[in-house]
Each structure stands twice: as structure tokens, then as C-alpha cells.
Design a protein around this ligand. Structure first.
Ligand code: UDX
Length: 434
């Protein structure tokens, strides 16, 4: 298709990835933000977000002139063919999505959008938001299109350029199809839908992933009680193509910027139409129970009481490959440990600065020093390659609690330590370290 003039409002994870990737597909993209300092940094090619490939795409976009950054949406949209709303929709009061940012931008640009310009929502918004935006804009010559993103942090660029599918939905199907064509370069199926269905796809997909993980964490708990091994159980399940092999790893619970807020939001959406979504509320409750089981496991490793115990924490980010701490299960577990009186020394390769309730250090070995137990909370590959014999030397205790089943238990046992994961048989230390 011929390159389109596109404006992306918001330069967070989703907006910046969307803008840089659309520019790499040949479109002329203007990214808008209200943060003047951020716009200057991005215009100079400085990308603060840790996202593989993103800085390169931004540099290339700036160099070719297909990507630029400005302050002020009202001026930027005057000759746009499509405006993508990529502003935050955080969890608001009571668990519903907070749409204030979407509303503010819509009010700001509604009357200056050129006729025929598609107003596209990428932000995750509750079902019915397209209709609301359409009513707010109050114009029949500006179609509103929902085009949800399915970007995982840490692989956002790869996900954008190699998507499983593109979903576009609008009550103006021609406009939806046209937005789908913006991605024509990509080899992906395009699902064209009405607005409500497209909006629901995003929630339905993320909540399904959360259900899947809560289910796996429950099966892992059963494994512990029944003497089975979750690694083998999920291997056996995953070969069934109806189930699939991914998203089957147990852990300290699911977190991040999407799954927790989207599950709460869908429960609220369901309530608004008098549907009690008990399956989803169970998954949310199970996620809290998983955190508490992990805390109990750590307490058990230090003799039953956390008060005064020194715990070395490996990993703070909500998953490996990102420095994002939003709704991080590692922080959720840590804050309970802290509330129960544990002293926490933490290291994460992508996180520095101060975090309440713990001492953050810049080296994994400092975490082990005098620790009664070491706990792996984020699955950074580098933790596998630590010198565990040296870690053992530094520790006071002998217990390693691996909430991601990341480490090789044999390596830990050979270092004179005890290993326990989630849903797997324990591996006890052969030699007691004094
Ligand atoms: C998610 C969705 O995957 C993405 O499609 C959506 O658009 C945004 O939300 P993201 O938040 O980046 O992406 O994280 P994801 O990789 O999906 O992981 C979510 C949580 O599940 C993390 O806490 C992760 O550690 C956990 N997880 C994931 C597991 O515990 N086990 C797994 O097997 C996979």
C-alpha cells in the first residue's frame, strides 16, 4: 500500500513500538507526547525503554525522516490519515480501566481531525469504548477503529513485525479494512470485526493467558502434594496441539503491566452486564494464593519464621528481559517477606535505585553474603551461570528457593546447597555447609 501519514499519541512501550515499527514499514509517522523532555530525548535518538531492536528502529526512522517526535497532538493530527491512541489505560478505582487519558486526547483533537481520518485505539479499552469515542468526537466523517496490540515486553518489536494476527474492528468495516492494510507488508492473518468484538479479543486473549497460568500454578501445587514433577506434566500436556507448549511455566504468580489490570477490568466489564465471571475471579485469587505459597516455602527454608531472617533476592523485574517493575510478582513476594520481618538484599541485572523494604545491590554475589536463603524471583538466564560454589561459600544457610524452576538442581546440590523449585521434587544438599 502507499505510505500513510500516521500520528501516534503516547510514546510509552506500546506507542513508541507502534510508531517506530510503522515507520519501518514505510509509513510517515509523527509520535506525540505531552512530556517535552521525553520528546527532546527521543528526537535525539535516546530511548529509555529496554526493548530489543527498538532503539535501532528509532534511529533508522529518524535518519530516513519517516519518524519524528513532537509535543502537541492538536497540531500534529491536522493532515493525518490515521491517529493511533496509545495512551495509558491504568487500573482505576474498583478495578475498571481508567479512560481519562483517552478522553482527554479525544477532546483535544476531535474537531481538527481531517475528514476520513481513522481514529484508532491501540490502548486496551473496555468493550464499548469505540462507540463512546465516536460519540465524543461527534462526527460521522471520522471512523473509530479498534486495533488492539498483543506486544509482550522484551519482544515487542519482534511481536509487532511478526504477529500471530492483526485484529481490526469498527462499525465502519471499510475503515477497519483500511487500517488492516497499513500492515500489508507483514505476513499475518487479518481479523476484521465489529468494534465490540475487536475490543473483546484483547481482554479475552490476555485473560485466557492468566487463566492458563493460574491453572498451571495450581497443577504445580498438586504436583508437590502428590509427588509428581510439573516439568514432566507440562511437557506431556504441551504436545497436545489443542493446549500448546507455551505459557505453561509455573512461577511466583503472573504480573506485569497487562495481565493483572486486564483480568480486573474484564471482571468489571462482566459485572456491568450482570455476569458473575467466577472463573476469572478464581484465577485472580489463585494468583494471590500462589504468592502466599511462595512466601510459605521461603519461610520453611529459614526454619519457619521470617522475622530477622536474611534473604537474598535474585530478580525484581516482573519477568526476564525487562526492567519493568509494574505489578511484579517479585515485588509482591518481597513486600510480604518484608512485612513478616525478613531482611532483604536484592539484585536484578536491569534494576537499580532504591526500593522500599530492601537493599538493592549491583552484584549477585552480594545477595548471597550471610544470607539464610537465596530466592530466585525473576528468570534471568545469568542466574543459571553464577558460580554457585562461590555463592554457597558466602551464604550462612544452605537453601535456594527457585520460584521459576530456572536453575539446574544438580549444580546447586554439587555446590553443597539445597534446591527447591515449584511443583518439582526437592534436591537436598549432600554436604552441609557450616
Ligand atoms: C502480556 C501478553 O502476553 C501480551 O500479548 C499483551 O499484549 C501484554 O501482556 P507481557 O505483560 O509483556 O505481555 O508479559 P508475558 O510475557 O505475557 O508474561 C506475563 C506474566 O506471566 C509474567 O509475570 C510472566 O513471568 C508470567 N509467565 C509467563 C509465567 O509465569 N509463566 C509462563 O509460562 C509465561
Amino acid at each position: 500500500m502507499t505510505p500513510a501519514r500516521i500520528v501516534v499519541v503516547g510514546t510509552g512501550y506500546v506507542g513508541l513500538t507502534t510508531g517506530a515499527c510503522l515507520a519501518s514499514l514505510g509509513h510517515n509517522v509523527t509520535c506525540v507526547d505531552v512530556d517535552r523532555a521525553k520528546v527532546s530525548r527521543l528526537s535525539a535518538g535516546r530511548v529509555d525503554i529496554l526493548e530489543p531492536g527498538l532503539a535501532d528502529l528509532v534511529h533508522r526512522g529518524l535518519a530516513t525522516g519517516r519518524l519524528r517526535f513532537v509535543v502537541g497532538a492538536r497540531d500534529a493530527v491536522r493532515d493525518a490519515q490515521a491517529v493511533f491512541l496509545c495512551v495509558p489505560t491504568p487500573m482505576g478505582a474498583g478495578g475498571s480501566a481508567d479512560l481519562r487519558a483517552v478522553e482527554v486526547v479525544t477532546a483535544e483533537i476531535g474537531d481538527v481531525l481531517p475528514a476520513g481520518c481513522a481514529l484508532v485505539t491501540k490502548s486496551t479499552v473496555p468493550v464499548g469504548t469505540s462507540k463512546r469515542i465516536q460519540a465524543m468526537v461527534g462526527r460521522t466523517d471520522v471512523p473509530v477503529v479498534s486495533n488492539p496490540e498483543f506486544l509482550r515486553e522484551g519482544t515487542a518489536v519482534a511481536d509487532f513485525l511478526g504477529p500471530d494476527r492483526i485484529v481490526v474492528g469498527s462499525d465502519d468495516l471499510a475503515a477497519a479494512r483500511w487500517v488492516g492494510e497499513l500492515y500489508a507488508e507483514l505476513d499475518a492473518p487479518v481479523v476484521v470485526a465489529d468494534a465490540a468484538s475487536a475490543e473483546l479479543v484483547k481482554y479475552a486473549a490476555n485473560c485466557y493467558l492468566a487463566l492458563k497460568l493460574s491453572y498451571v500454578n495450581s497443577i504445580a501445587e498438586l504436583c508437590e502434594r502428590l509427588g509428581a514433577d510439573i516439568a514432566l506434566v507440562t511437557e506431556g500436556m504441551g504436545y497436545d496441539r489443542r493446549i500448546g507448549r507455551t505459557f505453561l511455566k509455573p512461577g511466583p504468580g503472573w504480573g506485569g503491566s497487562c495481565l493483572p489490570k486486564d483480568t480486573s477490568a474484564l471482571v468489571k466489564v462482566a459485572e456491568s452486564v450482570n455476569y458473575d465471571f467466577t472463573m476469572l475471579t478464581s484465577a485472580i485469587n489463585e494468583n494471590i494464593a500462589q504468592r502466599d505459597r511462595i512466601v510459605a516455602k521461603i519461610a520453611g527454608a529459614v526454619g519457619g519464621t521470617l522475622a530477622g531472617a536474611r534473604i537474598g533476592v535474585l530478580g525484581l523485574a516482573f519477568k526476564a528481559g525487562t526492567n519493568d517493575l509494574r505489578d511484579s510478582p517479585a515485588l509482591a513476594v518481597s513486600s510480604v517477606l518484608c512485612a513478616l520481618g525478613a531482611e532483604l538484599i536484592a539484585y536484578d541485572p536491569a534494576v537499580d535505585g532504591e526500593i522500599a523494604g530492601m537493599t538493592v545491590v549491583d552484584d549477585a554475589y552480594q545477595v548471597a553474603k550471610d544470607a539464610d536463603a537465596v530466592v530466585v524471583l525473576t528468570e534471568w538466564a545469568e542466574f543459571k551461570h553464577l558460580d554457585w560454589a562461590a555463592m554457597a561459600e558466602l551464604m550462612d544457610g544452605i537453601d535456594v528457593v527457585d520460584t521459576r524452576n530456572l536453575l539446574d538442581p544438580r549444580v546447586i546440590v554439587d555446590a553443597g546447597l539445597s534446591w527447591q523449585g515449584v511443583g518439582r521434587p526437592r534436591a537436598a544438599a549432600r554436604i552441609k555447609v557450616s
